[in-house]
Write a protein that binds this ligand. Structure first.
Ligand code: NAD
Length: 378
């Protein structure tokens, strides 16, 4: 079969769904790979490098989509791209079916088979190698620290120099899931003093192992909402948490927020008052900006200065590290393709008896199969 990789059309999107190193492996699995000309330019993958790895280059999107049995994408397709998808074709991409019912209908009308990488049952240990949410969150956490360091007027590490003594920066991370843990590790490696908080107390050891200090909220309440995710906390807990965060805001130089609750708006953890109380020159990176933000003053997609504090609400952090994120995403899709093509003959079998594949498959030959029943074994 032919795997096609179009250029991403979403404004500002620099990632691409496969990279030359992975093309070689897809070809070894028996597929022909066609890449749209220029698809990898923004991720430092030229047409020539794809060709050298065994891909063919299509001059334009229409040719690419028309030739492809299976399309690999990063962002879900827009209406025009759905129009270009072959009747009965297969699409592997981020889809977010709950948020995009219209797109689901359009794809179903095309009799497509759609594997939504965001719908992977992440709790299956076997699924980890395909978990693009985790790879992208890790990159975002790293990049959030780099953005903070770039906007901050001082060193992260403490230094004794002939020109004077510099204290280390203090960084507070709200939410220690995948992105938060990556941010903790990165900030600690840069030499900052790192503190973190999460409503799920079970992450305390992970925070410590990465060089951070876990700061507890002085209120007993279990924060796990099931499946490793958080729940909405009681008003009493939220009040105690606000008091602790208000104290941290006065002390630290950088706050990075990552707190999310599945299916709910992001919890508002940093109030305008807390921002006002921070030292001038402090930086907040709000990684929850797209879901409404953890900080009251965040403007999604923007970096703004309010009360002397830079508040960064970029919603394209993985795309800002396009080569790295494209490479990890391409590897996640390669692992998925290996699962779909155990026979290594360039043919795929979307096996609905397989828990991981079942979870990902949101449309099968035009029939909407989302949401999947929970997987049987972890
Ligand atoms: P997420 O992006 O949904 O949320 C980020 C973090 O914010 C979470 O740690 C959450 O507990 C925290 N949070 C939510 N509300 C908060 C609040 N009010 N105050 C402070 N913190 C708050 O989470 P994620 O990064 O996708 O990870 C969620 C869980 O899934 C983790 O336990 C992770 O280890 C797990 N996970 C497991 C696998 C696997 O088993 N293969 C893969 C990926 C993730």
């Amino acid at each position: 079969l032919i795997i096609g990789v179009p250029r991403e059309v979403f404004a500002g999107e620099k990632r691409v769904a496969t990279v030359p190193e992975v093309v070689e492996k897809l070809v070894k699995l028996g597929f022909r790979v066609i890449v749209e000309s220029g698809a990898g330019d923004a991720a430092n993958c030229s047409d020539e490098t794809y060709k050298a790895a065994g891909a063919e280059i299509a001059d334009n999107a229409a040719t690419l989509w028309a030739s492809s049995d299976i399309v690999f994408k990063v962002r879900g397709p827009n209406a025009e791209e759905v129009g270009l998808l072959r009747e009965g074709g297969t699409l592997i991409s981020f889809i977010w079916p709950a948020q995009n019912p219209e797109l689901m209908q359009q794809l179903a009308a095309k009799k497509a088979t759609v594997l939504a990488i965001d719908s992977l049952p992440r709790q299956l240990s076997r699924a980890q190698k395909m978990d693009a949410l985790t790879s992208m969150a890790g990159i975002s956490g790293y990049r959030a620290v780099i953005e903070a360091a770039n906007a901050f007027g001082r060193f992260f590490n403490g230094q004794m120099t002939a020109a004077g003594k510099v204290p280390p920066a203090k960084v507070f991370i709200a939410g220690a899931g995948v992105a938060g843990l990556a941010a903790i590790g990165t900030a600690a490696n840069l030499g900052a003093i790192v503190r973190a908080n999460d409503t799920r107390a079970e992450v305390a050891d992970q925070v410590k192992s990465l060089g951070g200090e876990f700061v507890k909220v002085d209120y007993e309440e279990e924060g796990s909402g099931g499946g490793g995710y958080a729940k909405v906390m009681s008003e009493g807990f939220q009040q105690a948490q606000r008091e602790m965060y208000a104290k941290q805001a006065k002390e630290v130089d950088i706050i990075i927020t990552t707190a999310l609750i599945p299916g709910k708006p992001a919890p508002k953890l940093i109030t305008a008052e807390m921002v006002k109380s921070m030292k001038p020159g402090s930086v907040i990176v709000d990684m929850a900006a797209e879901q409404g933000g953890n900080c009251e003053l965040t403007e999604p997609g923007q970096a703004v200065v309010k009360h002397g504090v830079t508040i960064i609400g970029y919603t394209d952090l993985p795309s800002r590290l396009a080569k790295q994120s494209s490479t990890l995403y391409a590897n996640n899709l390669l692992r998925l393709t290996e699962e779909l093509c155990k026979t290594k003959d360039g043919i795929i079998n979307v096996n609905m008896e397989d828990d991981a594949i079942r979870g990902l498959t949101v449309i099968k030959e035009g029939e909407i199969t989302w949401p999947a029943p929970p997987p049987k074994i972890a």
